[in-house]
Ligand binder design. Sequence first.
Ligand code: PRP
Ligand code: URA
Length: 216
Amino acid sequence: MQAGGGGAAAVTVVDHPLVQHKLTMMRDRDRSTKGFRELLNEIGMLLAYEVTRDLPLEAISIETPLQRMEGRQIAGKKLVLAPILRAGVGFLDGMLSLMPSARVAHIGLYRDPDTLQAVEYYFKSPSDLADRTVLVLDPMLATANSAVAAVERLKSRGAKDLRFVCLLAAPEGIARFQEAHPDVPVWTAAIDSHLNDHGYIVPGLGDAGDRMYGTR
Ligand code: PRP
Ligand code: URA
């Protein structure tokens, strides 16, 4: 299902029943830290399947036990997975299990609780971003300050082909992200109602990083 518009790249809502079922389990306030983490990992795999659906393929000649044939493989350089710390790391293992040779860029950002601005504390990425598809990972697109900053940073390092993958998005965050980066498509499992006065997604699932790491 696609949403949004206005000349910006598409927002795809991954409304697959498995994703929706697992997302509802994650939203439940009584879900354990272990359960939350496992579900995020599983949904990461399912989102990876959707976000890579249109990757270009190239022919490769191989030999089966019976004869030579022309198979297909993903063309070009390995993808880059770019989780925004901390919560984005929750998608990483699931995605790496499907794309084990992907490169990883770590982007350390936290949201200042008063200003809601993103503050960078760490950045490490492969140097050849210009030649690779980069999947930026963060479960929560709230004000989009973190997502906008992460994509800006990756673009300043040469990235040109970026995709943003999240679990929950607020309409306000989608609008802000599309305004800042109209060239970057978004995949999300759901678009929720709105942001509250503290910049939390409603109904949401609370603080994703805290729920993942048991730090609430
Ligand atoms: C959370 C979340 C996103 C960000 C989203 O991170 O994981 O990175 O907030 O909010 P935004 O769209 O308004 O920027 P947080 O700053 O709480 O850090 P954490 O992941 O380390 O807990
Ligand atoms: N970050 C979170 O972890 N949750 C929200 O609802 C908003 C930002």
